[in-house]
Design a protein around this ligand. Structure first.
Ligand code: CA
Length: 220
């Protein structure tokens, strides 16, 4: 449960524990993101206005990382943030503040029962879009033809968007073979760049000297 207002947070924690849920509480958005990344939860109750990182960004970041934990957003009634935006970022449901605990509990139960939705988890970095369900990749309107290995490599890199991953991690994550020479990664990165970056004058796949590679959106 990610909520910064102490009174609401305490009431929710007590209420949910009283209903038999095990609850962890994060008072900041960045803490919530970290906890949701480090541990598995059946559901996340996520406030929007949070210190550190707002709830929409937390939600979007989790989805970009392939985290499908059901998310119930707590949105403000004043319409400053509309519910549609929350759902656009990948939230599964929302309740509008002020809400009754009974309503929140009912929504939460429904989400936990449903489990992670089978969303296609389309990944996007800048205008580079990868759709694992459809096995398609495009840059803007241009469809890219990737081999299965190239596709898996790009998926792995996009899954870790913004983070430098080592050749060793890539070999294990993409080839599933820790005996393989990590230098094979360099060869495949070259293939990928020739399809994904070079024709478009972009540098989405970046070399991080001494570490490995990182996928990052272009800074414009
Ligand atoms: Ca708040």
């Amino acid at each position: 449960m990610v909520e910064d207002e102490p009174v609401i947070a305490q009431a929710l924690v007590d209420g949910l524990r009283g209903e038999g849920y095990a609850v962890d509480h994060a008072p900041r958005g960045d803490d919530g993101l970290w906890m949701a990344t480090e541990q598995h939860y059946d559901a996340i109750v996520l406030d929007v206005m949070l210190p550190g990182m707002n709830g929409f960004v937390v939600c979007r970041t989790l989805r970009e990382r392939g985290n499908d934990t059901p998310i119930l957003m707590l949105t403000a009634k004043d319409g400053e943030y509309d519910q549609a935006e929350g759902l656009d970022t990948g939230a599964d449901d929302y309740v509008v503040k002020p809400f009754s605990f009974v309503v929140l509990l009912a929504r939460l139960r429904a989400l936990v029962r449903r489990g992670p939705s089978e969303r296609p988890a389309v990944m996007q970095v800048g205008d580079l879009v990868l759709d694992p369900a459809e096995r398609r990749c495009r840059r803007g309107d241009t469809e890219l033809e990737l081999t299965p290995r190239e596709f898996a490599l790009l998926r792995f890199l996009m899954h870790h968007v913004g983070r430098a991953v080592t050749k060793r991690e890539i070999v294990e994550g993409v080839w599933g073979d820790d005996e393989l020479d990590p230098n094979v990664v360099q060869v495949y990165i070259g293939y990928l760049r020739r399809k994904v970056d070079e024709p478009f004058g972009t540098s989405t796949i970046q070399t991080v000297r001494g570490i490995g590679y990182r996928v990052e959106a272009e800074r414009r």
